[in-house]
Design a protein around this ligand. Structure first.
Ligand code: ADP
Length: 956
């Protein structure tokens, strides 16, 4: 800035100096010119004066000579007369003629003869006077009288001349113009001539005067520079510089030298020149000023242009520097456009970006831009130039030399001159292919997401991580509190009224924090009635959350109905079981009596027909007794009265006993019966043998019963140790029998259910076998699965929980704790992760097992056997973790979790679900209900350890 100002100042200074110099130059030239011109003029004036004075002098002299000649002749005319008197008459005409001819010179003519003197003259009125002069007259004035003496007679003619008048007359013919003055010299004086006679005086310096005297007396002409004194009316005199020219001559017979002097006032000569010259000068000067003005103006405009250019170049430099820096980091190059819009230059790194050399790019850059982009670009560039944009940015695809296409972002700075004409531009082109592709991919996936979301019937909102609405996808807005577009930009709490607003916000924040789905429910009182809305919050990406809202009104109502129905059914079931138990008990007693009586009757003497009748009665009685026993068993289980009776036994032997029972039947039906027991199964196991036999008896019995002649029944038993002394047994009974229709499979575990084929085999059963087996399996900590295909066969699998034992021993149910005491030190993690743990499990065995497991880890846990109790426990005590079974009476694990999470105390308790099922829906349901994690049964100690560590924020 400072530099520029100093430069400007310098430039301005030079310009001013130049102007002043040229003015001085013009002035001095003018002066020189003027001087020369005036000198010239003076010179020519001198010549002119010298010439004029010469002519005038010669004329005077000639005239005077003529007069003298005429006088001489005239004198001769008087010869021969003795006296003048008398002759004057004769001579009068001649005399008159002479006087007439020289009136300007001669005023009186004297004729003298001896003493006789006659005077002749012409008066003003042309009256001729001739007088005889009586007194003697001397004609001594040498300047006044011309005397001509006759040689023969004593006659003398004397002319009295008026020299002043004569000279004045003759010089008056020579016009000298303004400032011209005339004199004549005689003797030592200069006499003014003509009209100036009395007012001017020739005033020369004594030296000059002397020089002139010498010259004119010596007969030399001369031109001098002297002064003239001009007297004003008030008596003062003005001194005028003048050119003075003299020309000497003789006026014979007058004595002495004469000279005519012409003088010219120099100032007048010069003033004439001055007038013309001044006009010329003024004209020239004006021209000069005009030129200087134009010069300065041009200079200033050049200067401004210079400054503008400098500014532009600074900008370009800055831009260039920035871009070079940028270019070092990115993949790009710089290019320049000239005024015609052609790319005029490009940086070397174009080769890195496009593969073309600099020259190739400069030649062909237009054809390297992808056609459709080029058109758009040209339109945009035209608009930019029309509207005088300073900057232009655009994206185009370039065809690289190797044929690949890259996407580039371009940024141009446009420059214009003062008239607004485009001058040049500098641009930077950067390869943004990666970003471009990523963006395109993002747009595509956004579009995919959008179309998916648009096709969902649910109410979908997108939020930022704080809960501010960003977007929505709503098909029907019946379920909305306000039109969806109004919510954009607002917070979820501002839209959803309390108390749900806070609930939704905290669910959203929770989902954002944990990354897990959070589900909330909301009741709305809409004009169409009360509606239930279930809203799930989950993460859409790092910045956004999404909520999916669904109308669950129908489901809610259905669930409610179902729950009520279930409760009613359960109540009825219990009553029924109680009734059945007491009834079968009641029936058994008389039946036993009846069968005893039949036994007695058998041994009495009867004919064949009677015997066969008694046999039918006996068989029916026995099968009735079996059925009654089954009913009694089932009722007991239903009532919850059945308990496990554990004992240690050799597992294989027990199993073989059961299989053996079927050997007779198998042989009769020509079936092959295979038993495969895995070698890993320990010899001694502690379990309820009787109940396991009953389960196997029912299941294998069915397989044998429903498999036609020649079929196969195979039994596989395997297992794995869980924890140190626990063992999970897996049973699989497979037959090639008639199979079970798919629709019936699920119902078979319900009492009194059969497939309805109505075959003899079916009719022999009561439909209670599988129901009892299922209940017993559950009692023993396992679960039953049935798979079957009609005509091909069925497969029954179940698990049973046992303990490993070293020898035959009777084990009471309290003995678990004894084992626990011995083993809990194994992995004692409670010191490291102290936790209050609640266990919710209705199955006694499982509960005991879990308790034992927890003890082993160093935790003494609280236990409950229903969901309701779990909720109550949480109200009373602060827990860190709950292991919660999914299925429990009264209130199941899911609902209990939901309730607990709603409570203030329960919000941060970590709930781990326990389930035998590992289906996806079950896992989802667990999360929706507020469970934080889940474990599948059979539970392994490592899994429990892992969950505890996880809940302490430790990774495993
Ligand atoms: P039941 O005492 O009548 O046999 P279950 O509960 O044991 O009662 O069996 C119920 C029904 O299930 C049977 O009547 C039969 O239709 C069907 N069923 C059970 N096991 C099999 C099997 N292995 N193959 C074909 N059907 C079977």
């Amino acid at each position: 800035m400072f530099m520029r100002n100093r430069d400007n100042f310098k430039r301005f200074h030079v310009l001013t100096l130049m102007s002043v110099a040229s003015i001085i130059l013009i002035f001095s030239l003018g002066y020189l010119f003027y001087n020369t011109l005036s000198k010239n003029l003076l010179g020519s004036s001198r010549q002119f004066l010298a010439k004029q004075v010469e002519i005038a002098s010669n004329e005077v002299q000639r005239r005077f000579n003529t007069l003298y000649e005429d006088l001489t002749y005239y004198t001769t005319r008087w010869e021969g007369y003795d006296e003048v008197s008398g002759a004057e008459k004769i001579q009068s005409s001649r005399t008159r003629q002479l006087l007439n001819s020289y009136g300007d010179l001669v005023d009186t003519l004297f004729v003298k003869r001896g003493e006789e003197i006659w005077a002749f003259n012409l008066k003003d009125n042309n009256y001729f006077e001739q007088i005889k002069i009586d007194q003697p007259k001397s004609f001594n004035d040498p300047k006044r009288f011309i005397k001509v003496q006759s040689h023969l007679d004593p006659i003398t003619v004397i002319a009295s001349v008026n020299l002043d008048g004569f000279l004045g007359h003759y010089t008056s013919n020579h016009y000298l113009g303004d400032g011209g003055y005339k004199f004549y010299l005689y003797g030592e004086n200069a006499y003014p001539l003509g009209e100036n006679e009395r007012t001017v005086e020739l005033s020369l310096s004594p030296a000059l005067w002397k020089e002139m005297q010498n010259e004119y007396l010596g007969g030399l002409r001369g031109v001098y520079e002297g002064d003239i004194l001009k007297y004003q009316q008030d008596g003062t005199a003005a001194r005028l510089k003048a050119i003075v020219a003299q020309y000497p001559f003789n006026l014979f017979p007058l004595e002495g030298k004469f000279a005519i002097v012409f003088a010219q006032d120099q100032s007048i000569i010069i003033s004439r020149l001055y007038n013309t010259y001044f006009l010329l000068f003024v004209g020239l000067f004006t021209l000069l000023i005009l030129v200087i003005y134009l010069l300065i103006k041009h200079g200033i405009s050049i200067d401004e242009r210079h400054i503008a250019l400098e500014k532009q170049s600074q900008q370009i430099n800055r831009l260039f520097e920035q871009q070079t820096m940028l270019l070092q980091e990115t993949n790009g190059f710089v290019y320049y456009h000239d005024a015609s819009g052609k790319v005029s230059n490009v940086s070397e790194n174009v080769t890195n970006v496009l593969g073309f050399t600099k020259e190739e790019f400069l030649e062909n850059n237009k054809s390297q831009v992808v056609e459709k982009d080029l058109q758009k670009l040209q339109e945009k560039a035209k608009k930019a130039l029309d509207e005088k944009w300073d900057y232009l940015s655009f994206e185009v695809s370039f065809l690289k030399k190797d044929g690949a296409i890259i996407r580039t972002k371009n940024f141009e700075r446009l420059f214009y001159d003062q008239e607004g004409k485009f001058v040049s531009s500098v641009g930077i082109c950067t390869d943004i292919t990666e970003k471009y592709l990523a963006e395109r991919e993002l747009i595509k996936s956004e579009n995919r997401l959008r179309s998916v979301l648009n096709s969902l019937p649910d109410i979908i909102f997108i939020y930022d991580n704080q809960g501010v609405y960003l977007d929505y996808y709503v098909q029907e807005s019946d379920m909305l509190i306000s039109p969806p577009e109004l919510s954009l930009g607002k917070h979820i709490r501002d839209i959803i009224p309390p108390p749900y607003g806070e609930k939704m916000e905290s669910a959203l924040l929770r989902a954002a924090k944990t990354g897990k789905v959070q589900t909330e429910q909301m009741t709305l009182d809409l004009p169409s009635g009360k509606k239930f809305l279930e809203i799930r919050f989950f993460k859409l990406d790092e910045e956004r959350m999404i909520s999916v809202g669904r109308d669950v009104t129908e489901q809610k109502l259905w669930e409610k109905g179902l729950k009520e129905a279930k409760e009613v059914a359960e109540g009825a079931n219990r009553a029924k079981s109680e009734f059945l138990a007491s009834m079968s008990h009641e029936i058994r007693t008389p039946m036993n009596g009846l069968l005893g009586m039949i036994g007695l009757l058998e041994h009495t003497k009867m004919d064949d027909e009677q015997q066969s009748i008694v046999k039918v009665i006996k068989d029916s009685g026995e099968s009735l007794l079996v059925i009654i026993k089954d009913i009694l068993d089932y009722s007991k289980i239903e009532e919850g009265k059945l308990e496990l009776e554990l004992s240690s036994s050799k597992f294989r032997e027990e199993l073989n006993k059961v299989i053996n029972i079927f050997s007779g039947m198998v042989v009769g039906k020509e079936l092959s019966l295979n038993l495969d027991i895995a070698p890993t199964i320990p010899q001694w196991l502690i379990l309820d043998n009787e109940k396991l036999s009953q389960i196997l008896f029912n299941i294998i019995g069915n397989a044998v019963k429903f498999t036609p002649k020649g079929g196969d029944v195979s039994i596989k038993v395997s297992g794995e140790p869980i924890l140190d002394k626990n063992f999970m047994l897996y049973f699989n009974v497979k037959d090639t029998g008639v199979g079970i229709p798919k629709s019936k499979i699920d119902q078979l575990i319900n009492p009194f259910t059969q497939t309805g084929r109505g075959t003899a085999e079916e009719k022999s059963g009561s439909g209670l076998g599988l129901a009892i087996a299922n209940k017993l399996i559950e009692l023993m900590g396992g679960s039953l699965q049935i798979e079957s295909e009609v005509g091909k066969g069925s497969e029954f699998s179940f698990t049973v929980f046992a303990r490993i034992s070293d020898s035959e021993e009777k084990v009471g149910k309290d003995d678990y704790e004894k084992y626990a005491k011995e083993e809990y030190k194994l992995s004692h993690i409670s010191d490291k992760f102290p936790k209050e743990i609640l266990l919710a499990e209705d199955n006694d065995i499982n509960l005991k097992f879990m308790k034992l497991l927890m003890k082993q880890l160093g935790y003494s846990v609280d236990t409950v056997s229903t969901g309701e109790e779990a909720v109550k426990a949480v109200q009373k005590k602060r827990y860190d973790m709950i292991f919660m079974d999914y299925q429990m009476p009264v209130m199941d694990g899911l609902e209990a979790s939901r309730e607990i999470k709603k409570m203030k105390e329960g919000k941060y308790i970590r709930i781990i679900g326990l389930s035998a099922n590992v289906f996806k829906e079950d896992i989802e349901r667990a999360y929706e209900a507020g469970m934080d994690d889940y474990l599948t049964k059979p539970i392994k100690i490592q899994d429990v350890v892992m969950k505890i560590k996880e809940s302490s924020g430790m990774s495993v």
